[in-house]
Ligand binder design. Sequence first.
Ligand code: GDP
Ligand code: MN
Length: 380
Amino acid sequence: MSLLSAAAVALFAVTAVPYVSYLVLYALIRPQGSPADKEPAEPTVSIVLPTYNEAQIVETKLDDLLALDYPMEKVELVVVDSSSDDTREIIREYFSDLNAPELVLLEEDERRGLAPALNDAYAAASNEMVVKTDCDSKLSPNVLREAAANLADDDIAAVTGQNVEVLGGSEVESGYRGVQSHIQQLESNLDSTLIFHGPFSAFEKDALLPIDPNSLADDTELALKIRRQGGRVIFDPAVEYMEASHSEFVKRRKQKDRRGMGLIRLLVQHRDALGRYGKYGRIVLPFNWWFMIVSPWLLAVTLIVGTGAAISLFGASGLVLPGLLGVFAYLGQKDHLGPVQALYSIFDTQVSLLRASVELLVGDSDGTWDVDAELREAFE
Ligand code: GDP
Ligand code: MN
């Protein structure tokens, strides 16, 4: 074996160590669902809904919220709207002849970005449980009860849920979410999970903290800060939602790169949390550092070194190695990989995380983005 191929194999092996460790932990612990002592509870609820030019789908979203299995007298809806279309008129009209839930409509004249808008909405929310939901998601009817049951456990301060169906039919995203769900159950069982999902996250009102106005990972940032204050923040697969997603490689990049940037920046900002806060800082955060920051670079270097090794061994035909990866990516984005489709979705995520690191090194974002019109179609 040449020195180069030995290096490629070694690099790959090193990259894999934390993944294998997580698999071993998973096998030992066999986490099943939420680690909370769930108890039926019916707290008052503030549902926070941020909107930016959602006129096309906001009515469907409101129908969906009103159909939740919960006494609507105990619910207030806090909308923070930064639209330039008629989203807020549609909302006002919708509530004009409703007694419940109560509507609190915060109107922004100028779009400042999601994070500052959310800070205002969280400050305006007055109920015991505060639920944040994105406009382009559908929730299972029992989400509020499931979330409240988790928060009834004194140790638990926040809970997020699982994407059970990908609207728009992207197998790529659903493959990844399946893997992610197992990882997040393991993390929640150990202590707390890192990633909180925009379509549904629930927080105890008393635990809320302001988020960085530039944040591109608002839900996760809030959860991380709450964990640093001492509350556990967990993932419960019984809390179910649906979200739209693209399969095509290029279309997926924009959203995934932005989300990756938000998460990487957040981890770096909170690097002092490593090693603290029990298993959260000693296992969960280091694994996420590896997955989101270290492993994408190691894999890229492995690919370059591996290709170099193949060329030095087989000449030009060594180029089949990157060629095969190209075929894998091409079939993967078409959802044609059958049993190894989930592997492709991890690769796809690593690509976005690598691009996100580069984008972060090169420049920074102002915290606003174009809302994806095509994904909104999945809701009509
Ligand atoms: P993605 O799912 O990460 O691609 O993010 P979306 O574009 O779906 O946005 C998530 C939610 O935030 C949606 O309900 C948007 O309407 C809303 N949103 C996005 N940007 C802004 C903003 O600048 N202000 C407000 N108030 N809401 C926003
Ligand atoms: Mn969205």
